[in-house]
Design a protein around this ligand. Structure first.
Ligand code: MN
Length: 294
């Protein structure tokens, strides 16, 4: 099942052509709601709700809209946490001259408010002289609560997958701050549930800027594998339904600029195309200083 949020907070199933509103089966959605946690609730109760969702879809009563005009939003805008693994591909470590590989770092956090959706632009802050980079990543969505999850149980905790970009201002400042501007974590175009994924050990992923391929990699080349990321994260923190793990980017990161179009595609997961817009705001005293070495 490909789960989406759309049109101001409705929850839907995407069938490739149409988006079917399943709010009736869920007992509500995110329209007018704060915080917008309908998708978290759906994920937490998915096993129980699934028969009702399928019955609603089969009945033909679910209101449908063409996917192209559905107004797709961030599928999961309010997780308990948005975790990300740094430097999780050797080739990216080499291009960054980094020795801080993921297996000796653990995860870092991004602000949940940096999450955006497939129908929204990446808005660059006005920071003259600073490079803002794309990072192409596979997102894991946690489905089942757990702490100290052993490797052999890790897959049971994965609800689904999504495409994710970890947009990053390069520089020596606090990583969380450089990665947490609004719209710096586009995710989508949907969350695909694991029953529709044939395997996650060799998923190819690619990213293009203005039609030019910039990143191409495969999850088989991860330094910290998918199960191990769940083991490590859950050794420190209880994982909750709806938590997101960004699994790290391969080589080929590079700058994006206003007017660019960035496309991400992950095998068996999906594809989304986002415009990049140069915003006017976002400057602050932190980024007034040029980065060291510049
Ligand atoms: Mn990253």
């Amino acid at each position: 099942m490909k789960l989406v949020r759309f049109d101001g907070g409705r929850i839907g199933v995407h069938d490739g052509t149409l988006v079917h509103d399943i709010g009736e089966a869920l007992g509500g959605d995110d329209r007018g709601a704060f915080p917008p946690v309908a998708m978290v609730r759906l994920i937490a109760a998915f096993d129980r709700l699934r028969p009702d969702i399928e019955a609603l879809l089969a009945s033909g009563r679910a209101p449908s809209v063409p996917a192209a005009s559905a107004g797709l939003l961030a599928p999961l805008p309010w997780p308990n946490k948005l975790m990300a693994y740094p430097v999780n591909y050797i080739d990216h470590a080499k291009e960054m001259n980094s020795t801080g590989y993921a297996h000796v770092q653990g995860y870092f956090l991004k602000a949940n408010s940096s999450l955006s959706g497939p129908g929204e632009p990446i808005v660059l802050p006005a920071l003259p002289g600073r490079e803002i980079h794309h990072e192409c990543e596979l997102a894991l969505v946690i489905g089942r609560e757990g702490r100290d999850i052993p490797a052999e149980r890790a897959r049971e905790h994965i609800f689904g997958l999504s495409c994710l970009m970890d947009i990053t201002i390069r520089g020596p400042e606090e990583r969380v701050f450089r990665k947490s501007y609004d719209s710096f974590t586009p995710m989508g175009p949907w969350i695909i549930t694991m029953d529709e994924v044939r395997g996650i050990d060799s998923l190819g992923m690619k990213l293009w800027v203005n039609g030019e391929m910039r990143q191409s990699a495969n999850t088989r080349d991860l330094l910290v594998g998918i199960e191990e990321m769940i083991v490590v994260a859950s050794s420190a923190s209880t994982l909750y339904p709806g938590d997101i793990i960004a699994t790290g980017t391969p080589a080929g990161v590079g700058p994006i600029r206003g007017g660019d179009t960035v496309v991400i595609e992950i095998e068996q997961v999906g594809r989304m195309s986002l415009p990049v817009v140069q915003g006017k705001g976002g400057a602050n005293r932190v980024f007034l200083r040029p980065p060291a070495g510049a």
